[in-house]
Design a protein around this ligand. Structure first.
Ligand code: BG6
Length: 495
């Protein structure tokens, strides 16, 4: 499928997000023949620059950040030719009028109406202003062809999310709003639904009768890099849990959708969010753990503590690690704990979902054969490995009888022999096609904020007395181990 003629308007065109993710993704779509013949990238920013200078800047971004590496000069020329630049200030209406004229003129030249995508790669503080500018210039009206793409963070709590959302919904209809959670564009994340609902064997055991608990991990060795300014207002709970981790939980826990239609899927995900047990302020310490990294070693490098990172308050109370124990109160999942954890400067880069199955009801083998060395688990690997691993017990060859843990593996790389598209490639293509399946609907974002509000409040009102409480290069604070140990469980080493 190739999208219709498209005018892709990129606000914040000079910024890091455009340079690092959006442009490399668009360029790869171009290389793979997924962009329409008639495609223009209309870059908008406040900087004094022009299309040629911007193209040179983007070429560097693509070279450094694209999964396909440095472009061939001819290919780059083909893409760079579609770039136009408009200098505009989001606080003034003139810029939006120029933009409207530019888009109209291009459609007149093409003698056809195009899809118009407005992508806000700007600080969230500009979302409302840009939406107002687009509305005032008459650029939001075509409900079929016009789409607005916004990135997280959408608000910093329930109230601010509602404010931003109400402002956007005054100008755009919900079906025009594409809220990006880039985890949903990852191949391995999309495959969760394929695995669960395109195969008959998983669903019968996908419930409280067979599943003991679920663990979702997103660990990074990176620190906050140059993002201290942003991170000081976010923290791990807002940056990763509110969106990415909760979305993963929804995909694991949702009921089968009636169809692969955007709203059918999103309705089932919202059902999960509504079933999540609400957290009472008094329970926060029992169900949530927070950490902040101290100095430590990763891959032989000594790394500074969070509080010494650029842009970070030396007394910061912001968490760089968060772990949560959640319950989905419904027929399928009653009393099955879902443990979520994410952190910066962890021991390794690994994102995975581990479904730990219950033990056998009766142990026929004597304990001496080694039955209990490994619980049966299905591990959905998101990063750096991409695949699915079933970990179970098998008989060792020979006698006497001994059991040993083994793995049954599906690897994307081996099975398909092709590089998976980057999450942004998938998502941008979907925006151009108008398919909102992999985007967050307002009610999902709202429910996720609502769930986390008690934790955010308690953590803000009670600064952590033990920060920093985990060494860079470790697996997080002790309180996080206790969170699962009190149920007789452990995080288990990532695969
Ligand atoms: C972003 C967060 O949304 O996701 C970052 O803001 C985080 O802090 C990143 O590093 C992780 O994404 P990925 O795709 O690299 O796993």
């Amino acid at each position: 499928t190739i999208p219709n003629d498209t005018l892709f308007v990129l606000f914040g065109a000079e910024g890091d997000l455009s340079w690092r993710l959006v442009i490399p993704a668009l360029f790869n779509l171009f290389l793979d023949g997924h962009l329409p013949q008639r495609f223009h990238l209309i870059a908008v920013d406040r900087a004094d620059t022009d299309a040629a200078a911007l193209a040179a800047h983007y070429l560097k971004g693509v070279t450094e950040n694209s999964r396909k590496g440095a472009p061939q000069p001819e290919e780059w020329k083909g893409f760079a030719g579609s770039i136009r630049y408009i200098k505009a200030d989001a606080t003034k209406l003139e810029g939006f009028k120029i933009l409207a004229d530019t888009l109209d003129a291009q459609e007149a030249e093409w003698a056809s109406k195009a899809e118009r995508v407005f992508y806000l790669a700007t600080p969230p503080s500009l979302f409302e202003l840009i939406a107002i500018g687009l509305g005032a210039a008459g650029l939001a009206q075509d409900r079929e062809r016009v789409r607005l793409v916004v990135e997280k963070p959408l608000g910093s709590d329930l109230e601010s999310f509602r404010e931003i959302n109400t402002a956007l919904c005054r100008i755009f209809e919900e079906r025009q709003l594409f809220r990006i959670d880039h985890f949903l564009g990852k191949e391995t994340v999309q495959n969760i639904l394929a695995m669960r609902f395109a195969n008959p064997i998983f669903e019968p055991i996908w419930n409280r009768r067979y599943v003991d608990h679920v663990t979702i991990t997103a660990a990074e060795t990176l620190g906050v890099e140059k993002r201290g300014g942003y991170y000081e207002h976010a923290g791990a709970l807002r940056d990763m849990v509110q969106n990415h981790l909760i979305q993963l939980l929804c995909l694991v826990a949702m009921e089968p959708p009636v169809s692969y239609d955007a709203d059918d899927i999103r309705n089932r995900k919202v059902d999960v969010l509504h079933a999540l047990r609400q957290i009472a302020p008094d329970d926060v310490d029992r169900v949530a753990s927070r950490g902040q990294y101290a100095e430590g070693w990763i891959h032989g490098d000594k790394l500074p503590p969070y509080r010494a990172e650029p842009g970070v308050d030396p007394h910061s109370n912001i968490e760089t690690y968060a772990a949560l124990k959640l319950y989905v109160d419904n027929w399928r999942w009653q009393d099955v704990p879902f443990y979520l954890r994410t952190g910066k400067r962890m021991a390794s880069d690994v994102s995975e979902i581990s479904i730990r199955f219950r033990d056998v009801p009766h142990h026929a083998f004597p304990a001496s054969v080694g039955l209990n060395t490994q619980p049966v688990r299905l591990v959905i690997q998101l990063n750096p490995e991409q695949g699915i691993v079933l970990k179970f017990m098998a008989k060792e060859p020979g006698s006497p009888l001994r059991l040993r843990p083994v793995d049954m593996r599906f690897s994307y790389k081996e099975a398909f022999q092709v590089d998976s598209p980057a999450a942004y490639e998938t998502l941008l293509w979907d925006v151009m096609l108008g398919d909102a399946t992999l985007f967050m609907r307002a009610d999902q974002v709202e429910a996720a904020w609502k769930l986390l509000m008690p934790i955010l409040r308690v953590w803000a009102e009670n600064p952590a007395s033990d920060f920093p409480n985990y060494a860079a290069g470790s697996w997080g604070p002790e309180s996080s181990d206790l969170l699962v140990a009190c149920d007789g469980n452990s995080w288990l080493a990532p695969t």
